[in-house]
Design a protein. Structure first.
Lengths: 101, 421
């Protein structure tokens, strides 16, 4: 699992590569920590290379979005692969919580 | 205890080594003294040779002996024919020629082995050179300047080793035992959490001539948050399968809490939507846990066989070999006051329901492949509809274990099977 965070034109681009499972979640949480506690962030996740997400991975994404939105920021997700999309759909997150392009 | 024994043995071994080293150092000192003596004798012999106008190529022989236990030295000078030039002193008996075996001979030096293994005597044949002792060798040690240095080096290493042992005794062992203690506490916590989880799931399933229920739970190595409950009250079979995100004590606590709420509220005939809302609120009211939960709630009216269900982000229930049509709803614990809805369907007689957590579909083999929904449906299709619910559960678990092979089980596996007779 590899997380890349880029700052571009006031936007924060996050891309995750690999699998977000029980073993890699702690690493991912550490990687996105700089995104918490900041006002008015505009964050975009590129999940084209994310192959799998476990429930712990979902939890981190949800907490992150809650934190970003509570501080007046925005969080969007794009390029979701089919398998991850299915998880977002089944959990109702794509319809009712996450902003997925 | 084992650690203490090992360290005790190490300390004993290093003490023995230290004693041995002290003996070696004393041998080196004795060697130095011998060298001095030999130089004097060499001088005397040189004079004698000069006096007698002897053959300058004559070999002289100096022997020294370290008696194994007594550690005293004696030496003797001979001419090649065995004539003793300078009789040995401190010698407990006179050396005989057969005591001396030549081992090496070249133009300048040869080595004699006195009394078998006890020592080596190194002699120098001289022309114009003074008699010189090159080294003494007993059956284990060669002493020379280099050897002295080596022994010093070994001594320093030994000292460092002892220091490390002392450090280990006073620092590493306590640190280690603290870690072990911590590990033990974690193990205990895990046991408590496991115990909670086992208490959070229904053990005795409702028995009725109109339905059959069975369920099982196989926890992952670390505790996950799978729960299920099932109860029968006033002709209504209520059942719930859920998965609390995260693992460990906090998850176990939340899981237990939810399980109790489900049990009591379902018994009180709270509607499924109200129950889902209640659980959602409960999770959001404890934000410090940052937990959410997938949940499948269902009731079956055993008189009418009407099946009502509410799925909050949970896996797809299999009804009679097909996935239950459903509109995905958000997992509980994410959005406050989320309006959960229920759906309804009529179950034909003999219907079979299979509920499970994502530990089933996300069960992975060593190659990283998932068991997946497709394989699950195929597995269900291959089962005998006459099987008891208990058999179905254990067979599915066995199939999952088979599929996983040697891979580690990463998540709890919960399976519930319901049969409407």
């Amino acid at each position: 699992m590899k997380t890349t965070i880029l700052e571009k034109d006031g936007k924060t681009l996050v891309s995750i590569k690999g699998e977000l499972d029980t073993g890699t979640c702690a690493k991912f949480q550490e990687a996105v920590k700089p995104l918490t506690g900041k006002e008015g962030l505009d964050v975009e996740f590129d999940l084209s290379e994310l192959e799998y997400i476990s429930s712990r991975g979902l939890r981190i994404l949800i907490s992150l979005q809650q934190d970003i939105m509570a501080r007046g920021g925005k969080m969007r997700i794009k390029n979701v692969s089919t398998s991850v999309r299915e998880v977002f759909d089944v959990t109702g997150l794509s319809k009712s919580f996450l902003n997925i392009d | 205890m084992l650690l203490l024994t090992v360290f005790g043995l190490l300390i004993a071994a290093s003490t023995l080594l230290a004693v041995r080293l002290a003996r070696d150092v004393s041998l080196v000192r004795q060697y130095d003294a011998l060298m001095d003596d030999l130089k004097i004798i060499a001088g005397e012999v040189s004079e004698k040779l000069d006096d007698d106008d002897a053959d300058p190529y004559a070999f002289l022989e100096v022997t020294a002996r370290i008696q194994k236990n007594e550690r005293h030295f004696s030496y003797i000078l001979r001419e090649q024919d065995g004539t003793i030039l300078a009789p040995s002193f401190m010698l407990d008996r006179e050396l005989k020629m057969e005591d001396i075996h030549m081992l090496r001979k070249d133009n300048t030096a040869f080595v004699a082995h006195v009394w078998g293994v006890e020592c080596f005597v190194v002699r120098y044949a001289f022309e114009d050179h003074p008699l010189e002792l090159l080294g003494i060798y007993d059956d284990q040690y060669v002493f020379g300047d280099l050897d002295y240095a080596i022994h010093l080096f070994v001594g320093i290493l030994l000292g460092l080793f002892l220091l490390i042992l002392l450090l280990a005794w006073f620092w590493i062992i306590p640190a280690l035992s603290r870690v072990l203690e911590k590990k033990q506490r974690a193990e205990e916590e895990l046991m408590v959490a496991r115990d909670l989880q086992q208490k959070a799931v229904t053990k005795t399933f409702p028995r009725d001539d109109r339905c059959e229920v069975s369920a099982l739970l196989q926890p992952a190595r670390t505790v996950g948050g799978d729960i299920y409950r099932c109860l029968l009250s006033d002709n209504k079979l209520f059942f719930a399968v859920g998965d609390v995100s995260d693992k460990g004590m906090a998850a176990a606590y939340v899981m237990f809490l939810l399980s109790s709420v489900i049990q009591s509220q379902a018994g009180a005939h709270l509607s499924l939507t109200a129950l889902a809302g209640e659980i959602n609120r409960l999770l959001l009211d404890n934000p410090e846990y940052e937990m959410f939960c997938t949940l499948f709630l269902g009731t079956i009216d055993l008189d009418t066989r009407e099946f009502e269900y509410c799925n909050a982000g949970h896996t797809k229930t299999v009804v009679n070999g097909r996935f239950l049509p459903q509109d995905p709803q958000l997992i509980a614990g994410v959005v406050r006051d989320f309006p959960y809805k229920t759906e309804k369907m009529m179950l034909p007689p003999g219907s079979r329901l299979l509920l499970y957590t994502d530990g089933v579909t996300e069960n992975r083999n060593t190659g990283g492949a998932f068991f997946g929904e497709q394989r699950l449906l195929e597995w269900v299709a291959a089962q005998d509809p006459a099987d008891s619910c208990e058999k179905t559960c254990t067979r599915l678990l066995a199939a999952l274990d088979d599929f996983r092979g040697k891979a580690q089980q990463n998540d709890d596996i919960a399976i519930m099977c319901i049969k409407i007779l």
